[in-house]
Each structure stands twice: as structure tokens, then as C-alpha cells.
Design a protein. Sequence first.
Length: 451
Amino acid sequence: MKAWLAILLLGLGGGATQGSAAAGIQPLRSVSGQFLVSDFQAATPGASQAPGPSPGERVTLTAPFLVVSCERIKQALAREIAMGSGWRDLVHVIIRPASAENFVPLIKVERLGGHWLYRVDLPRQMKSAVYFRTIIQVLLLELANRDSAERSAEIPLWLSEGLTQKLLSSQQVELVLPTPALSIGSLRVTPRNLEVTDPDPLARARQILQHRHPPTLAELSWPAPENFTPADAGFFEASAQLFVTELRQLQHGDEGLSRFVRALPRYFNWQSAFLETYHATFPNQLALEKWWALQVAFFVGHDHRQLWTPGESAQKLDELLRVTLAVRTRPGELPVRTEVPLQTVLREWDTVKQLQVVEEKGQDLRRLLPRVAPAYLELVDNYLQVLAEFAKQRARATSTFGRMLLPSSAAKAATVAIQKLDALDQQRRELAGTNGVGAGTGNTAAAAGPP
């Protein structure tokens, strides 16, 4: 089934082992009740429980470890996509005996009555990344299928892999608990040394994507994991993590991902569900491709440590989009400095001064791009496009006109540009509110004549 793609990403070999729960196995239930864990090894005569998570990249699974770890992964995932703490259908996790170490983790989804049944078969020892990916995959399936009675959703590979890499890079220490090694009274603990010099969850992705041409949206959408080399797998992991991270930077990004997952069962391809969910941001596929190309170019070409915070970006952009001038209210009085928005310049000033200001602001916006926070990147680019189009339309006039003598084409260009700037100002205010910072109101300053 296609839901297997995320689990097979790293090219694990072997066939899946089927079977029912052995008699005499007493399953453990997680604190929320959603996860039921059965350990076949515990029912094998003469077998002993594995000690828990192994050091390094591999993990040794036991029932006590899984009932805690699955809940922790679920809580971490809920913070990423706003899925909440509730659940609808049970997930039964089965740990296979040590003799079945060569089989691939299996997710089985069945519809019975009014519920979906999920069974996850895991080997006793497996790579940490594969374990994370498997649990995240089944959690996404359970979220997607809550409102579906006809067909199970198909989770796109970029989503499950992007979330997997996000959690592995930022929260692996909290999600994979080591076996207690020391006793302090009645408390058993394991000391852990954690050094963090650059808390950048995308550090690995940045390193990979700087040495290989970033993928197009089509390449990200239709991968062939069965043909991946280790380098291909790492490249796709980095790209998927970046794609998911940038989606979360959008306004209400975590809620958007949750709505997207819930919409998947209604469509036979994820693109339709995606465009339905994000229609306000991406009205069509072309807009999505443009946005992705912009994010990739920015990510590869800039060092995150030199970026402004969202608050600093909002402040700098607000300052840049205003024009400072000196105004005398009465003859003989000293000029008073005031600020007006760009809309006033386009509405009131003559052609020469308009083009001069627009050119200066365009240069300022281009200098802003390397430093602005990722959430403001597309907004700055849209301001640039509006000013560039206005300058192109107005430069076609060969003479200087006063405001009352403007040809109809020039007046129309100014009106269109003002409307677009008003819309971008509104987006800027909403974005600033999402990030908890203040923003200029765009049109609050009184109109003033040219200096």
C-alpha cells in the first residue's frame, strides 16, 4: 500500500511477517489509551526483555519503552500540526521476536464497523529514524481518517518525512529515553550531556542542499524511494524538512497542516487537498511552485544566524515603506518632519518624484531581502513586484505630468499599484499579529504634498 512509502525511504529489505497475537501476551496501554503494545518476545520461553533504547542510531524496543515513547511522539507532533491531544481509533503496536529482525516495519489499516483499526508490526531492533517515521506515519493516518468512512488517506511522503526530520533534529533527546543506569536512592536515572552551540534544526538540511541542486516541486511530490541511494535519501529528507518548515512559517501554519491532513481522504491526490487548504495563499499550482523556488533560493543563499527576528523584520519593513519629508504649515515657519506611506507618493506626487522614490524603495527592499526573517520573505518580494510594475508603466510616459494632467494609462497604473499596496499592508498587519509584533498601519499618515 502507498502508506508504506515513508517506511521504505531508506531502502530497508526483507518481507513483512504476518500473524496474530500469541496467547498469554498481556499488552500494555499508554496513558492516553490510544496505544496498545504487545511484546512477542515476552511470551517466548526463556527470552528476556531487552534493556530499552540502544545508543547511537538504533533503538531496541520494549513494551514499557513504547507506551511512553509513542505518547511523547504524539505530543510533539501535536505541537507541529495542531492535531490536539484527543484521538478516535486505537493503534495496536506489536514487537516481533528477535528471530524476525529482518522484516520491514508494517502498518496495516482496516475498516471494521464504525472505526478504523491500525496495527503496527515492529522488529525488536531498528534504526531510530525508521521507528520515528513509522509512528508518525500511523499518527497522521489516524488523524486523516477520523472523518473518513470510505477510504483510508494516503499521506504524502514529503509530509511524513519532513515531520520526522523536524522532530529528530530538535527533540530526539526527549523522545528516545535511555535506560536508567544509575540509582539515586529509589530513583534510577541516566546522566546525559547535551551541548548546543547553534540551535538550528535545519543545520543538516542546509549543509546537504548547499552541495546539490535543490529539487523542484514535482521532484519533491513524486519521489521514487525504492530507487534511492543513501545520498538520495538524505537529499529528500533535507528537502522535505525544509518544505514542512516553511509551510509552518505561513500564517496559522500548524493549523493549516492539520486541515490539510484531514482533507486527504476526500481526494485521490494530495495536490487537490493542498490547494483546497491553502487556496488563500496559493490560488494555483504555479503560485505554489513560485513560492517554493523562492524559499529554496533564500534558504541556500543565507546564513540564518545573520537574519533579523520576525519583530525586527516587521519594524524594518514598516520603516522602509514610509517616506520622510519636511513640511511647512505656514510661510516663514521651520519645516516639520513627517512620514507618509508609499500610497501617498503614488496618489499625490508628480511623475519624476514618484519614479525617484519608487527606485529608492526598490533598492532598499532588495537590500532587505538577505536579512529579513523567512516569514517575511514572500511579502518583501511582492512589494518589489508591485513597485517594479508601477515603475515600468509610468516610465512609458515621455513627459512630466502634473497630477491633473496625467494620461489615463498612468492614472490607472497608480490606482492599481495603490490597491495592491493596500492589500500587502493588510497582509503585513496580519503577519505581524501572528508573530506577536507590532506593525505600521500602512495608510494612517495624512496625505502630504511633495517636499
